[in-house]
Ligand binder design. Structure first.
Ligand code: GLU
Length: 494
């Protein structure tokens, strides 16, 4: 049987990284099994619908390289792939359940239900519309045929008729067997007063009709599983395989990672920007591969030491056994480290393609762009780090005062003067190192002080890439100029 896995987000705003992680596991499971990855938009809740979210979801999947084989954008044999376009299908199926006596119409108004809820809560019980009390309400189990027909002209819902006294057993590939006492379930609404199906109903009908073999989703849906099982049973359908993924937890403390955590600590929790409201990993300088690689590690491990994977490698190395049961703690520093691994392994010419990179190189002599990237790529954690890494290429320089004082006390002025004289004589900058070393040795100059003085003169601080590479990039004239400038600055501090 062909493996068919669907990612079924609701278009209620930008897709949180938890959603992208679900999409990733769906995608990897499909690819690993040479199956089909499907995007289904679950847009039956009109109150929560947010314009633009479907396009956002599509763009996020395309950015990460997880392009659906079937979905609203590229079609397929099991469409429509938007639930709002499948109303007729749900109507047909709801009729089937009603005819079988597995579901029933309910006509209770909100006041009646609110009253019943209040009464139950007064007695310290939580209200449940189900086997115990359904015969006290206005529904197709209690009304006459004529009354039902009359009421069907107005507002109504359709409820699942949950049989009491059963233990419902479901199996999750990650969590194992789960049992649920049917007495604790209410008669879930399947079709709402607006004619739209609820999540449970649409989800099960579509998974069946779309021939989904494996349902992969977040752990928050685990409590729905027994209800879904009842629906499969009601239709006499075989349920697919289920996998509920562990939560993504806050960087510290209890609970799920939220947008608020990101806002507070300055990291994104969405793949792409969502207007000015939410920051994206992409715009924060992540490579799609770095982002995806990190997400894969949130709740999964390969069973080896390997942590850096391309999407292609993940497609082959992924296995369900590697998925953990417990929540996975989000760690932005780790995400950046993974991104850094991918960036350092890239060719400078490929890094140069990114608009984020080009923007930061504006104003820098274009003949130096590639050499700069070559020199600095191993220092980048995100694409946005380039600007601070190339500060030194532009004048004016700021000198780190503490270092200036320290170097002054170690004779940096004389050392810089000596270096200036040597540099003037050097015709090829790549010979500079070879010229400086014997000079330092001969004159008893501490090479540490020499290198640090040169670095501070050129860069202003002690950090940065190889100093002789920096000389090369700046060229002889600029290097001379900067040493001369540093000498006068150091002089002014004596
Ligand atoms: N529409 C649900 C969501 O937004 C999908 C849950 C499922 O995959 O069954 O997460």
């Amino acid at each position: 049987m062909e493996t068919r896995v669907r990612f079924a987000p609701s278009p209620t705003g930008p897709l949180h990284i938890g959603g992208v992680r679900t999409a990733l596991i769906c995608y990897l499971f499909a690819k690993k099994n040479k199956g089909i990855f499907i995007l289904r938009i679950e847009d039956t809740d009109q109150n929560r619908y947010v314009e633009g979210s479907e396009a956002y979801i599509q763009n996020a999947l395309e950015w990460t390289g997880m392009v659906p084989d079937e979905g609203p954008a590229n079609g397929g044999d099991f469409g429509p792939y938007r639930q709002s376009e499948r109303k007729n299908i749900y109507q047909e199926h709801i009729q089937e359940l009603i005819a079988k006596g597995k579901a029933y119409y309910a006509f209770d108004d909100t006041e009646t239900l609110a009253e019943a809820r209040k009464n139950a809560e007064k007695k310290g019980n939580s209200f449940r519309y189900g086997a115990e009390n359904r015969m006290q309400f206005n529904n197709s189990l209690t009304l006459t045929k004529a009354e039902i027909d009359a009421r069907l002209k107005g507002d109504y819902v359709v409820r699942l008729k949950v049989d009491p006294g059963n233990i419902i057993t479901v199996y999750d590939e990650i969590r194992g067997t789960i049992q649920q006492d049917s007495n604790l379930l209410d008669d879930k609404i399947l079709l709402k007063a607006d004619g739209m199906p609820t999540y449970h109903f649409a989800n099960v009908v579509d998974d069946y009709l779309m021939k989904i073999t494996t349902v992969i989703r977040g752990e928050e849906w685990l409590p729905s599983l027994p209800i879904h099982q009842l629906l499969y049973d009601a239709f006499d359908w075989t349920a697919p395989q289920f996998m509920h993924l562990p939560l993504i937890l806050k960087p510290s403390g209890k609970g799920k990672l939220s947008k608020r955590d990101g806002d507070k600590e300055g990291f994104p929790v969405f793949p792409l920007n969502w207007g000015d409201v939410a920051k994206g990993f992409k715009e924060n300088g992540f490579l799609a591969e770095g982002f995806i690689n990190y997400l894969a590690l949130l709740g999964w491990n390969s069973g080896t030491e390997q942590e850096v994977f391309s999407l292609k490698e993940l497609e082959t190395d992924f296995s369900v056994q590697g998925i953990q049961k417990g929540g996975a703690r989000f760690d932005y520093e780790k995400a950046k480290w993974i991104n850094h691994q991918h960036l350092s392994a890239m060719e400078a010419t490929d890094i140069y393609h990114f608009d984020l990179i080009k923007k930061q190189l504006q104003g820098v002599d274009s003949s130096k762009h590639l050499s700069l990237l070559e020199l600095l790529k191993e220092r980048l954690f995100t694409l946005n780090d380039l600007a601070q890494e190339i500060e030194w290429i532009q004048e004016p320089q700021n000198y780190d005062e503490k270092i200036v004082q320290k170097l002054l006390s170690k004779g940096a002025l004389e050392v810089m003067q000596g270096m200036l004289d040597i540099l003037k004589e050097v015709s090829d900058l790549s010979d500079l190192k070879e010229a400086l070393m014997p000079w330092a040795k001969k004159n008893g100059i501490n090479t540490g002080v020499m290198m640090q003085s040169l670095r501070v003169a050129l860069v202003g601080k002690l950090a940065g890439p190889d100093i002789f590479e920096i000389c090369n990039l700046l060229g002889k004239d600029v290097t001379l100029e900067r040493i001369a400038l540093a000498i006068s600055y150091f002089n002014s501090k004596t």
